[in-house]
Structures are given as C-alpha cells and as structure tokens.
Write a protein that binds this ligand. Structure first.
Ligand SMILES: C[S@@+](CC[C@H](N)C(=O)[O-])C[C@H]1O[C@@H](n2cnc3c(N)ncnc32)[C@H](O)[C@@H]1O
Length: 272
C-alpha cells in the first residue's frame, strides 16, 4: 500500500499537469490524493508509478481521472436561500442599471444548472416588472474547465434529480418536458452561452461583470490560488458588481477589504 508515497504522488500530479494542462499544484493536496486513490483502487493498483503507466496506455481512464478530479456535482437552485437573496436583492439592483449591458458570469458552472437558474430568476423579474425588453441586454456566460460537462449544459436536457431545490412554481413554468427529461424554456436558454475556461489560467473570458457567481469551486483550490482569484474577481467586476460564493467558501485575508457583505450567511458580496 503506497497511497501515501509522496514522491510517487508528486510525479503523478506533475505528469497530469504536463499531459493534460490540469494545474494540480493549485488544488488542495488532500482532495487530489483522495480522488486519485479512488481511481487507483478501481484499477487495482497501489503504486503511483504503475497507475501513471496505465494512464499512458488507457486514454479513457485518463479522461475518467480528470473528470473525477474536477468534481462536477451541481443542481438547479442549489441552496435556495442564496438564490432568494439573488432574487430579492441582487437582480432588482442590477435592473436599475437598465442603460447598461448586464453581464453575468457563472464560473465553474458544471453542466449549466447554475447559469440557467440565474437566467430563470432574471426572466421572472423581467416579467413581473413588465420589462422583458431589458432581457435583450442581459448576457449570462457559463464557463468550466470540463468540456464534456459544457456539452451537457449546451444540450440542456436534465433528469428530475437535477431539479432538486427548484420551487414548484418555477418547475411548471420554466422546465418543459421532453422524452421524460426536463429542458429549458427557449426565452431563458437564449440568455446563456457557454465557454471552456480554466480559472487558474487567469485568462478571463469576460470583464466588466455585474454579477459573478463562483460557487463550490475555489473550495478545492490552495489558499494562494484563492487569494489570486479574489483579486482577479475584484478586477473583473464592474463598480458595484456582485460576487456570490458557495455556502462553505469565505473571503480570506486581504480579499475581505475588497468586498462588502450584502448577505454574509449566503455569501453574497458587493465590490467595495
Ligand atoms: C462542484 S462543481 C460546482 C458547480 C456549481 N458552481 C454549483 O455550485 O453547483 C465544481 C465545478 O468547478 C469546475 N472546475 C474545477 N476546477 C476548475 C478550474 N480550474 N477552472 C474552471 N472550472 C473548474 C469543475 O469542472 C466543476 O464543474
């Protein structure tokens, strides 16, 4: 049993970064070790060197490993209380800036449930305030490092389980059924586009962002990468722009002075 073998593990993560561009050194070691160990068990090996050689000969296993390293768990309206703050506080504030293009970025959007959830709330607000023409100036960008996940996001067919936290009133209006799956109302779908992007490349896919939602992504990153990303998010936000993190994520160190809390419990902040 050599799962704890540091040199072997280091050699493997360096190989993964070289071969696949997946920047292992910015991810928390503990998470990587756990996920690599699961794949090694599945391949019935306890040696990192042997597993590295399996990866060389089995591209499908390599894909499986990368997918397991990225953790793609998500659902519509995950943590409804957070979306409730977005609905009641953030969207009305954004709507007041009706003379601007409204840019929303869902960074680390997995299979699209998060950006579509934001689109649904914006569409609902536009209908309620009789301002649907304002939707023409809304663009929601969903990005992720995982291209396969983005393919699912683009197809926009979802199983019942993806609608976990969705309120009943939104289900009937926004998720037409097709062949036993839920799909997305075209009026919402057209608000959202997807693009592959590695947050750790610091090559921003957009700027002057009014609402930046990055939830349950940076929790997997080392502190240094988190600090760098908070500074980058601050730079990319428009004046007064909003940042939403995951429930288990917090602004740390210097980043605390870059944003003011709108609702600290739900991790909703505004650019200071
Ligand atoms: C747990 S999911 C979170 C999905 C959604 N934001 C939510 O909260 O439901 C984490 C997502 O982050 C993506 N991810 C991981 N590392 C990334 C990186 N370096 N750049 C962009 N996305 C990344 C993964 O591919 C995965 O889809």
């Amino acid at each position: 049993m050599v799962y704890g073998d540091d040199a072997g593990f280091r050699m493997l993560t360096e190989k993964i970064t070289r071969d696949r561009g997946f920047r292992c050194s910015s991810y928390k070691d503990k998470c990587l070790r756990r996920r690599v160990a699961v794949r090694m068990r599945a391949k019935q090996t306890t040696s990192h060197a042997e597993y590295a050689s399996i990866l060389d000969h089995d591209p499908r296993e390599y894909d499986r490993l990368i997918r397991s390293l990225t953790v793609n768990v998500t659902k519509f309206f995950r943590n409804w209380d957070t979306y409730s703050v977005i609905e009641k506080k953030v969207i009305p504030a954004l709507w007041e800036r009706s003379d601007e293009e409204l840019r929303v970025w869902s960074a680390g959007c997995a299979s699209g449930e998060e950006p579509y959830s934001l689109g649904i709330l914006m569409h609902k607000h536009a209908k309620e305030t009789r301002s649907t023409s304002h939707l023409d100036s809304v663009s929601i960008l969903g990005t992720d490092i995982d291209g396969e996940c983005l393919g699912e996001a683009q197809r926009a067919f979802y199983a019942e389980s993806a609608l976990g936290d969705t309120p009943a009133s939104l289900r009937t209006e926004y998720f037409p059924e097709m062949a036993g799956l839920h799909t997305m109302l075209p009026e919402v779908r057209r608000l959202v586009t997807f693009e592959c992007n590695d947050l750790l490349s610091y090559q921003a896919p957009t700027q002057n962002v009014h609402l930046l939602v990055c939830r349950n992504v940076i929790i997997y990153f080392e502190r240094e990468a988190q600090d760098a990303l908070f500074a980058e998010f601050h730079r990319l936000l428009a004046p007064g722009g909003f940042l939403v993190l995951g429930k288990v994520e917090s602004l740390l160190g210097d980043a605390r002075s870059l944003f003011t809390p709108v609702n600290a419990r739900e991790r909703v902040f505004q650019k200071a």
